[in-house]
Ligand binder design. Structure first.
Ligand SMILES: [Fe+2]
Ligand SMILES: [Fe+2]
Length: 484
């Protein structure tokens, strides 16, 4: 502790040169004299933020697949990624504080575990978002702010930096969350879930707040949504903008790789392929959720790729919006790939298929080709999106090498296994038609016509006549038909 006389002395004798910022600009001398947090207390708190981000990453990921609303699927994909990045930053910081990274897997308080278990098991989307954005994230924000105001800004500067960056993105998530809650959850719906929200408050109170700095209350806590162990729902769900989810009536790849067609309509097929990639986060979420006990970096890398795939889907959405194409009406985005993989294969087999498909994207017929088509067309946005899509794919190939390939002694064997798994997946094209799930309607001519109206050109009869489905040609181009 610094007493008042010492402080007076310090202030009168330690002035900076000609009024330059003191202490590299991070704080005033006075601010840097406060007792702050000990290393032990600092680590104790950091471990709690770490736990909160880790559980939030897990919750966001697990709830992507069966969440029908497209915007929420995309938002959860981003927020899973942001949380994973902060987990990594916090782990690194804890490891710098005379603490081996041991203890990071421990649950810091039983009531916090219940808090996140309850949110993970929330039976409705409304409860899920009220729990995440209305309770857990605000508590995490308050804890990070408290760290900044409690700790010594000079002694603990590396943690200050980690907390500031985390706060920036926690606030972004809360911004998304409050807009979402206003749009989806009415007062009467809040009313209906008030007992459960009180349970979440009680979990926090019993843990002494998220950071454990308050006196823990001895309130009784009874599990509700987590009374039974959580069961991941691996069946993808979509909202009403995806009215024909079994439709495999327009084969994008056959058109794209056919030299007789010009580049402009090919950009439509690429926007379709991008938007269809909604199924990759749906599928990757299942691998991540159903593959426990991996080193943390596995989850960080896989979540990063998951977010990239969500970005690719949104690039497709922007591409169509840019051409004033009403995509929910014109383009039938299916979920056959994520549904088939999630329901027919084990997690490692799904990863094998993903790896196999992504290996196929690197040669000449893959991402470079798509970028060249974008450049040859007059659609600058298509060229830009394919440029980044290609760069992302190179990263994904690296992630595949780091986390899938290492499961095998021989890389050839790993690729072969992916091929075998992919061949085993049943795409019941004919059965879906017979069962009345889809008619595999050819939506291409209408989409193309609408784009031609935007371009102010007459449709090319050869292009408009394109009518190739995924029924019979899948075997020839099988490595190109999946998402990645
Ligand atoms: Fe992708
Ligand atoms: Fe990818």
């Amino acid at each position: 502790m610094v007493n008042y006389r010492q402080y007076q002395f310090a202030m009168s004798t330690c002035k900076s040169y000609r009024g330059l910022p003191t202490l590299a600009g991070i704080a005033s001398l006075e601010q840097a004299m406060k007792p702050g947090l000990s290393v032990e207390e600092c680590v104790r708190r950091l471990k709690r933020y770490h736990y909160a981000f880790k559980r939030l990453n897990q919750i966001f990921t697990a709830r992507i697949t069966a969440e029908p609303v497209y915007e929420l699927k995309m938002g959860f994909s981003l927020h899973a990624h942001l949380c994973a990045e902060h987990v990594s930053a916090l782990r690194k910081r804890v490891g710098e504080m005379r603490e081996p990274p041991l203890g990071l897997e421990a649950v810091p308080h039983a009531s916090l575990e219940i808090l996140f278990d309850e949110i993970l098991g929330a039976p409705t989307t409304n409860e899920l978002i009220a729990g995440v954005y209305g309770k857990a994230l605000p508590a995490l924000k308050a804890a990070l702010e408290r760290h900044l105001s409690d700790t010594n800004p000079l002694a603990d500067h590396p943690s200050v930096r980690v907390c500031r960056f985390a706060l920036l993105e926690v606030e972004d998530m809360l911004g998304f969350g409050s807009q979402t809650l206003r749009a989806l959850v009415s007062d009467s719906e809040y009313q209906k879930m008030s007992a459960w929200l009180t349970l979440l408050d009680n979990c926090l109170a019993s843990a002494g707040g998220l950071d454990g700095t308050d006196k823990p209350s001895d309130v009784q806590i009874q599990r509700r949504h987590s009374a039974k162990p959580y069961e991941y729902d691996r069946m993808p769900k979509r909202d009403e903008r995806f009215p024909d989810p079994y439709n495999m009536g327009v084969n994008a790849e056959v058109f794209l790789y056919d030299a007789q067609y010009p580049p402009e309509p090919k950009t439509l097929m690429m926007f379709y392929k991008r938007l269809r990639e909604i199924d990759v986060p749906e599928m990757m979420a299942s691998i991540i959720t159903e593959t426990p006990h991996k080193p943390w970096d596995y989850y960080r890398d896989m979540t990063r790729q998951l977010w990239d795939e969500a970005r690719h889907a949104m690039m497709g959405e922007v591409g169509f919006a840019n051409l004033e194409v009403d995509w929910p009406k014109r383009v039938m985005i299916n979920y056959t790939w994520s549904m088939a993989l999630n329901t027919q294969l084990k997690p490692l087999e799904r990863h094998a298929v993903l790896y196999f498909i992504e290996q196929g994207l690197m040669p000449k017929t893959g991402k470079r080709f798509e970028w060249e088509v974008g450049r040859a067309s007059h659609n600058l946005l298509s060229a830009l999106f394919q440029d980044y899509d290609w760069a992302d794919e190179v990263l994904h190939a690296r992630i595949g090498r780091d986390w899938y390939l290492k499961e095998f002694k021989d890389p050839q064997q790993a690729v072969k296994y992916g091929d075998e798994c992919w061949s085993r997946v049943l795409m019941n094209w004919e059965n879906w038609r017979k069962e009345g799930l889809t008619q595999h309607h050819n939506w291409w001519p209408e989409l193309y016509r609408e784009a031609c109206r935007h371009w102010g050109i007459e449709p090319d009869p050869k292009v408009i006549a394109y009518n190739t489905t995924y029924q019979s040609v899948r075997a020839d181009l099988k490595e190109l038909t999946g998402s990645a």
